[in-house]
Ligand binder design. Structure first.
Ligand SMILES: *Cc1c(COP(=O)(O)O)cnc(C)c1O
Length: 362
């Protein structure tokens, strides 16, 4: 069996089956049924956030957030994220304006944002990369000064706290992905968190085609609803999150202790008081070394992932060559995520460590 970069968490089948039986009893599959409502209520409790909606994936979450905040034109964003951050902007007709990242935290560098603001800028869409918080205070100050909205792609941020609050509670809107590969998942799914209850109300209409009653519509909507089957998966998985995070922490700490000093790691943002160990990214000195690490791992049937590559300004549908993002271009060439999931055992991890350490030797 190959060792992959991640493996979805599967809860005990009986627990999921028990909820499936209830779905059959309820005779209700989708359209904001009892389990979707219960999952929203449980998430509000667990995260201490009032304004949230459950949606069908993390990409629709970004797209609905962009629409609900009534943005237009240019949006400042990061070249170092998963492609969905940029593609959502392009899909919704916005122009992404790439601002370079901080070489230590790998998040958008706030000191470069103001120079990218024009009279067409309406928002900042930044990613909390690998669950590491952006400099939310600096970004908030810039947004207030220039009257911009802030959206965080918080797809990696489940369970993370910054200055005592869920990281999802920062920004005008913040979006989560509950995809199968994420730390907490509903197989497919996501959520949107809003500062303002009025934006939440707009978004929840948008999630359901813009319906205000069976025959009335007061905005353009889309189908962002999620099903009872997905909500039930979330309700079961929620109970396992503390154990999942604890196991990821233990594996991460073993990597920290055993990997060669030739390997470096991003720096955790100051003020992040609870981290979730969602990923284990490593940086090596240059791209040939990275390619050597990948080859060495693959020769032992270990499949890492180049998260994130390429730098998003280089997407073929953007005029990326003009983007002045030297840090993102450099980092994307020499970063890799190592296997990290709760059932990765000590022997398997030792194989990963051995291969990496051999490949990075100067
Ligand atoms: C996973 C992910 C998404 C997309 O979420 P889906 O639920 O797969 O649509 C968006 N942004 C980032 C940073 C992600 O990692």
């Amino acid at each position: 069996m190959p060792i992959t970069v991640t493996k979805p968490f599967f809860p005990p089948l009986e627990e999921y089956q028990a909820l499936l039986a209830k779905i059959w009893e309820n005779n209700w599959l989708t359209n904001q049924g009892p389990f979707a409502q219960e999952l929203e209520a449980r998430l509000k409790e667990v995260l201490s956030i009032d304004n949230l909606i459950f949606v069908n994936n993390g990409t629709i979450a970004i797209q609905i957030a962009l629409k609900a905040l009534n943005l237009s034109d240019e949006v400042i964003t990061t070249p170092f994220s998963y492609v969905a951050t940029t593609s959502s902007l392009v899909w919704e007709g916005f122009t992404p304006v790439m601002v370079d990242i901080d070489p230590e935290t790998l998040n958008i560098d706030p000191s470069l944002i103001e120079a990218a603001i024009t009279n067409r800028t309406t928002a900042i869409l930044a990613t909390h990369v690998f669950g590491n918080p952006c400099d939310v205070d600096a970004i908030e100050a810039i947004a207030r000064k220039h009257n911009l909205k802030v959206i965080y792609d918080a797809a990696h941020a489940f369970g993370v706290k910054y200055k005592g609050r869920s990281l999802y509670s920062y920004g005008d809107a913040s979006t989560a992905s509950f995809h199968a590969t994420k730390l907490f998942h509903t197989a497919e799914g996501g959520a949107i968190f809003f500062r303002d209850v009025a934006d939440l109300q707009t978004a929840s209409k948008m999630r359901n085609f813009g319906h205000t009653s069976p025959t009335t519509f007061d905005c353009v909507g889309i189908n962002g609803k999620n099903s009872e089957l997905h909500a039930a998966m979330g309700l079961v998985n929620l109970g396992y999150v503390p154990a999942i995070i604890a196991e990821r922490k233990a594996i991460s700490e073993r990597y920290d202790a055993e990997l060669s000093k030739e390997v470096t790691r991003p720096r955790l943002t100051v003020g992040c008081d609870v981290y979730n160990y969602a990923y284990y990214p490593i940086l090596v000195r240059d791209e040939p070394t990275l390619e050597n690490v990948i080859r060495t791992l693959e020769s032992d049937d270990i499949i890492p992932r180049r998260y994130f590559y390429p730098s998003l300004n280089d997407l073929p549908y953007l005029n990326g060559d003009s983007a002045d993002v030297p840090v993102a271009k450099d980092i994307t060439k020499r970063i890799l995520c190592l296997p990290l999931y709760p059932t990765l055992d000590a022997d398997e991890q030792a194989r990963v460590v051995k291969a990496v350490n051999r490949a990075v030797q100067p």
